[in-house]
Design a binder for this molecule. Structure first.
Ligand code: 13P
Ligand code: SF4
Length: 335
């Protein structure tokens, strides 16, 4: 009985994959997926990566349709970069708690308090916020973007306070930082990391800079309170690269758990432990294979950006794409 049920499920999945395969060809579609997507969605994608890599792919593709398996601000960025293409987001409820912490009116008011300041917005923002920004950045190149701004210029950085604090530390610049956070990363608390570290003293620590644990972990590393193998703060793609290149065999991964799929596939001999199993982004998980198939069938839901907003946001996004990634910030020098 159980075997029969399993066969039915497998057959359903096979039919679904066939449907997606047929539709993606008929529509001349490219499927882009973020590193936090469900494993089965990552497996059907033409490209899986971090926000910067996905933006680069969206800008470069010659497909007619981009199926964005990620969240709304990512699909908006793709629509700005490829205005003549159809951008599908299989579930419009795939939002972002961090992007929701600042809107255009709030940024306008903040800017008015600091006339002449340079505004650097993390890519996790709406198109309207990007349109009011001088630079956009991702976790891959945020450090390089800050370093490219003349030292005598005042900088407003939004919306992630943990990434902002990290940038102040690694660049030595004083920034005005918006007090936003991602609820998933803020939930990975220092106490949790410390407990994991005690349990797995030989594990290398890979930390996304949006994490609430970043500041105190770095402080205690530098003051000698925590010792051990390398601790690396980097983007999701940087973490995947580091996991492959590092001599370590066990890793504590402080970010959304979806990233473990690629790490485990890429390095089957290594052990990857989630810093917190509860670090699940409900927005990223809105995208399912069924919704991908339906969106390709209906050519909906589409994400579009008002052309005037897009034209203004494009400058900040182009500056982001022109500045190369900074590479990971190594906290401890081991390994
Ligand atoms: P990355 O650009 O590092 O993939 O991060 C995107 C994101 O939303 C992290 O929560
Ligand atoms: Fe937004 Fe956080 Fe989800 Fe990333 S993990 S998409 S920052 S809510």
């Amino acid at each position: 009985m159980i075997t029969v049920e399993r066969d039915v499920v497998t057959e359903g999945r096979t039919q679904l994959l066939d449907r997606i395969g047929r539709l993606r060809q008929e529509r001349n579609a490219v499927i882009l997926a973020h590193n936090y997507q469900r494993p089965e969605v990552q497996d059907i994608a033409d490209f899986v990566g971090d926000s910067l890599g996905l933006s680069q792919q969206a800008a470069a593709t010659d497909a007619s349709v981009i199926v964005f398996c990620g969240v709304h601000f990512m699909a908006e960025t793709a629509a700005i970069l490829s205005p003549r293409k159809t951008v599908l987001l299989p579930d419009l409820e795939a939002g972002c708690s961090l992007a929701a912490t600042i809107d255009a009116d709030q940024l306008r008011a903040w800017r008015a308090q600091h006339p002449g300041a340079v505004v650097v917005s993390y890519v996790n923002t709406t198109a309207e916020v990007k349109a009011l920004s001088d630079y956009c950045c991702t976790s891959s190149n945020a450090e390089a973007v800050i370093r490219s701004i003349p030292a005598d210029r005042e900088i407003l950085f939004c919306p992630d306070m943990f990434l902002g604090a990290h940038l102040e530390r690694v660049t030595g610049r004083r920034l005005h930082v918006w007090m936003g956070e991602c609820h998933v990363h803020a939930g990975i608390v220092p106490e949790r990391l410390d407990a994991m570290r005690r349990e797995h003293p030989d594990a290398e620590l890979l930390i996304h800079p949006e994490c609430g644990c970043t500041s105190s972990t770095m402080y205690r590393m530098s003051s000698g309170d925590i010792a051990g193998p390398a601790t690396v703060v980097t983007s999701t793609e940087g973490m995947i690269r580091r996991a492959a290149d590092s001599p370590a065999s066990t890793f504590i991964v402080a970010t959304e758990v979806g990233i473990l799929h690629r790490m485990r596939e890429q390095s089957p001999g290594k052990r990857f432990l989630a810093a917190s199993e509860a670090a699940v982004c409900p927005y990223m998980k809105k995208i399912t294979l069924e919704k991908v198939a339906r969106s390709l069938e209906l050519m909906a839901p589409r994400v579009t950006v008002d052309p005037a907003v897009a034209a203004q946001a494009r400058g900040a996004i182009d500056r982001m794409l022109a500045i190369a990634p900074s590479g990971p910030s190594r906290i401890s020098t081991a390994a």
